[in-house]
Design a protein around this ligand. Structure first.
Ligand SMILES: [Zn+2]
Length: 427
C-alpha cells in the first residue's frame, strides 16, 4: 500500500470507528479512577481488557512498589498505594528491526472531584451534551488515552501493516508524581518517539516546566492567648516567609524561556495548604505550609531547590525569632523536573504535518506548558523524544466543568493514526 492510499484508508477507518470508540471512552470514564484509590487499579484492569479485546499484545503487571519507591530516580508519590499496575499494549510491527517504535502514553488516574455541589452532572456519569463529554477525567485525560487506542484500532481496521511496533501505555499515578510511566520505563519499555495526548487544545507542547512539592515547618512558642506578648505565634512568624517567597517568584521570572513566554507566570511558586494551631485561644507554636515550587524549563531541580532554600534562610536571618528557630524545608511528594524534547528531534514538525492532513482546523501553536507531566520522565530518564498533543483544554481539567469536545477527540485519533504510519513506517 502506498502512503496516500494508506493515509486515506486510515483516516476513513478512524471516522468509521467513532461511535464504538466514544462508547469505549464513556465506559472508561465511568470507572472513578481517582489517584490512590482501588478504582485506579480497577481502571487499569478495565483498560487491559479493552486493549486485549482490541487485538493488542498486553503486558499488565503488578508494580513492585517497595523496590520502585526506593529507587534513587523515583519521581515521588503523594497518596498511599499498596497496589499499582503497569499496562502496555503492543501492536507488533511486521519488521520491528526496520521500523521505529511509537509509544502513545496516557494516564488513567484522575484527581478527586472536589465539591460535588459544583458539578452539574455526577462526575463519573459521562454525560454527552452539545457535542461534549462531561465528567472527571474527560479531558485529563481519558479522551486522549482512548484516542490513542482509537488510532491503533484504525490501523488494524484499515489493514495497513506497520514495520515498527505501536505501543499504548496506560499509566497510573501521573497526577501525583509519575509512578506509572517510571514503572513502564523500568520494565524496559522504550520507543523512538512518544506522544502524550494530554489536553493541549490540539496545540503541540514539546516542553514542560517542572514542579517540586515542599513542606515548611515554622516554629512558634505556645502560650495562653491572653498572654500573647509572652509567646511567639507561628502564624505571625510565617508572614515574612510568605513575603520572601513572593519576592523569589518575581526574581525567578526575570528571564523566561521563549517557549514559556505566553504565560504570565511560567513556573509559579504557590502555597497550597496551611495548618497552624490547635486551639482558638492559644498562641500557635507550629505552622505547617505545603506548596509547589515551579521549575523553569531547562533548570536543574537542584538549582530550583537551592534558590528556594536560600530565600527561606535569608528571610530567617532577617527575623529575630526565626534566626534562632529557622524554618525547616522538606521536599516530599511529586518532584517533577522540567522536560523538553531534544533539540535535534523533528517530532514537532511531524505532528504539525499530520495534524494538517488530519484536520482543517487552525494549525497548532507550539509552546511549553507551565506544569509538570510524564514528558520529563520519557525525555529525561527514558531518552525518548516526547511531546504532548491532545483533545481538551487544560483550563477545564481538575475543575467541575471538566469536558472535552467529541470532534477534538476524533481529530486527535486521526493525527495519532497518521503518526503511527509516519513513525512506524509502512511495509
Ligand atoms: Zn493529565
Amino acid at each position: 500500500m502506498d502512503t496516500s492510499t494508506a493515509t486515506a484508508a486510515v483516516l476513513e477507518a478512524v471516522d468509521a470507528l467513532r461511535d464504538t470508540m466514544l462508547d469505549e471512552l464513556i465506559d472508561v470514564l465511568r470507572v472513578p479512577s481517582v489517584s490512590g484509590t482501588d478504582a485506579e487499579n480497577d481502571a487499569q484492569h478495565h483498560m487491559s481488557g479493552v486493549l486485549d479485546r482490541g487485538g493488542m499484545e498486553v503486558d499488565h503487571w503488578p508494580i513492585d512498589l517497595p523496590t520502585l519507591t526506593a529507587h534513587p530516580d523515583f519521581p515521588g508519590m503523594e497518596v498511599d498505594r499498596r497496589e499499582a499496575w503497569g499496562l502496555v499494549g503492543r501492536l507488533p510491527g511486521s519488521a520491528p528491526e526496520d521500523g521505529a517504535t511509537l509509544m502513545l502514553n496516557g494516564h488513567i488516574d484522575v484527581v478527586p472531584t472536589g465539591d460535588s455541589d459544583a458539578w452539574v452532572d455526577a462526575p463519573f456519569d459521562g454525560v454527552v451534551r452539545d457535542g461534549r463529554l462531561f465528567g472527571r477525567g474527560a479531558c485529563d485525560m481519558k479522551a486522549g488515552l482512548v484516542a490513542a487506542h482509537w488510532a491503533v484500532q484504525a490501523i488494524r481496521a484499515s489493514d495497513t501493516a506497520l514495520r515498527g511496533n505501536l505501543l499504548v501505555a496506560s499509566v497510573q499515578g501521573e497526577e501525583d508524581g509519575g509512578l506509572g510511566t517510571f514503572a513502564t520505563l523500568q520494565r524496559g519499555w522504550t520507543a523512538d518517539a512518544c506522544i502524550i495526548p494530554e489536553p493541549t487544545n490540539l496545540d503541540i507542547i514539546p516542553a514542560n516546566s517542572g514542579a517540586l512539592t515542599f513542606r515548611l515547618r515554622v516554629r512558634g512558642r505556645a502560650t495562653h492567648a491572653a498572654r500573647r506578648a509572652d509567646g511567639v505565634s507561628a502564624i505571625d512568624a510565617f508572614i515574612p516567609i510568605l513575603a520572601a517567597l513572593r519576592r523569589l517568584e518575581v526574581r525567578r521570572h526575570e528571564t523566561v524561556d521563549p517557549l514559556a513566554a505566553r504565560w504570565s507566570l511560567a513556573h509559579p511558586l504557590s502555597v497550597g495548604t496551611i495548618t497552624a494551631g490547635d486551639w482558638a485561644s492559644s498562641v500557635p507554636d507550629l505552622l505547617v505550609a505545603e506548596g509547589r515550587l515551579g521549575v523553569a524549563i531547562g533548570e536543574p531541580i537542584e538549582h530550583a531547590r537551592a534558590e528556594f532554600e536560600l530565600a527561606i534562610a535569608e528571610a530567617c536571618d532577617g527575623d529575630a525569632w526565626l534566626r534562632s528557630h529557622p524554618v525547616e524545608v522538606e521536599w516530599w511528594g511529586g518532584q517533577f523536573a522540567s522536560g523538553r524534547i531534544p533539540v535535534d528531534s523533528d517530532l514537532v514538525e511531524r505532528v504539525h504535518a499530520a495534524h494538517g492532513i488530519a484536520s482543517d482546523r487552525r494549525s497548532p501553536d507550539v509552546y511549553g506548558a507551565p506544569y509538570g507531566s510524564d514528558l520529563r520522565l520519557l525525555t529525561g530518564l527514558g531518552g525518548i523524544p516526547t511531546l504532548q498533543y491532545g483533545p481538551g483544554d487544560a483550563v477545564d481539567a481538575h475543575s467541575p466543568a471538566e469536558s472535552v469536545a467529541l470532534d477534538d477527540i476524533a481529530v486527535t485519533a486521526r493525527t495519532l493514526a497518521l503518526m503511527a504510519l509516519d513513525v512506524c513506517c509502512l511495509v
